[in-house]
Design a protein around this ligand. Structure first.
Ligand code: C5P
Length: 235
């Protein structure tokens, strides 16, 4: 798999038209697109259909976090939309993650979406985490959530690239790690705290990197895309 196929572009907008414009620019080079709460809340399934119609795969980033039966229903609904990947919050606990896993279990393996768990948001720092009442260090908390997600039968986790090595060591190298909070050296960090360059994220072992604003908000998105790929040695 080349690096371009391991980039997930975050379509963070509430406008289907804007998202479609980004797809036109990035879709020639990349195939994975993340639809999160801004776009899904505004446009629903039309956003997913648009990405799929253009040949893209959808990571539905709605970070489900509810009682197990509700999460199971939400996962079933997402799976019916034909998404490639979806996520839940690991802080929902083992029973909730197991319910998410069971909801996709009977699906044909070719159509089964990957289910990953959000560990600690990449916008959070050590002190943000402790202000929520968690006394473990951030790395220990991520490690703990990753092990819990693995025990629950999930495919992987969402974490910062800073935590990839520790997760792979602790849980195993086949356990997927998807890393947002990725910033090329030339881009603004925005509201992200635990940031790493895309190249470094892959060197550290990230399976997929999520990148949004450095591409979508660039003055010249096409040029930003080419610059990013050049840095990753994609011809
Ligand atoms: O624009 P930027 O590259 O910061 O976008 C990162 C995307 O990844 C956003 O859509 C954000 O919601 C998502 N995300 C994140 N941290 C997580 C999980 C998802 O930044 N832990």
């Amino acid at each position: 798999m080349n690096y371009a196929d391991r980039i997930i572009v975050a379509l963070d907008t509430d406008s289907l038209k804007e998202a479609e414009g980004w797809l036109k620019v990035f879709g020639a080079r990349m195939k994975h697109f993340k639809i999160g709460s801004p776009l899904f809340t505004a446009c629903g399934r039309r956003a997913i259909e648009m990405v799929k119609k253009r040949g893209g795969d959808v990571f539905l980033d709605l970070k489900f976090h509810d009682i197990p039966s509700t999460v199971a229903k939400a996962v079933t609904s997402a799976q019916k939309l034909g998404v490639w990947m979806l996520n839940v919050h690991a802080s929902g606990g083992k029973k909730m993650m197991e319910a998410a896993r069971r909801a996709v279990e009977d699906t044909d393996p070719d159509d089964r979406p990957m289910v990953v768990a959000v560990t600690v948001l990449t916008s959070m720092s050590e002190s943000d985490l402790s202000s929520t009442g968690i006394n473990r260090s951030l790395k220990d908390q991520v490690k703990h959530f990753a092990a819990l997600a693995d025990e629950s039968g999930l495919d992987g986790v969402v974490a910062s690239a800073e935590e990839v090595e520790i997760i792979k060591q602790h849980v195993g190298k086949d356990f997927l790690v998807v890393t947002p909070g990725v910033r090329p050296a030339w881009a603004d960090s925005d509201d992200q705290s635990r940031i790493v360059t895309p190249k470094k994220a892959f060197e550290l072992g990230a399976d997929y990197v999520v990148i949004g604003r450095p591409l979508t908000q660039a003055k010249d998105p096409q040029a930003a895309c080419e610059r990013l790929l050049q840095e990753l040695f994609v011809q």
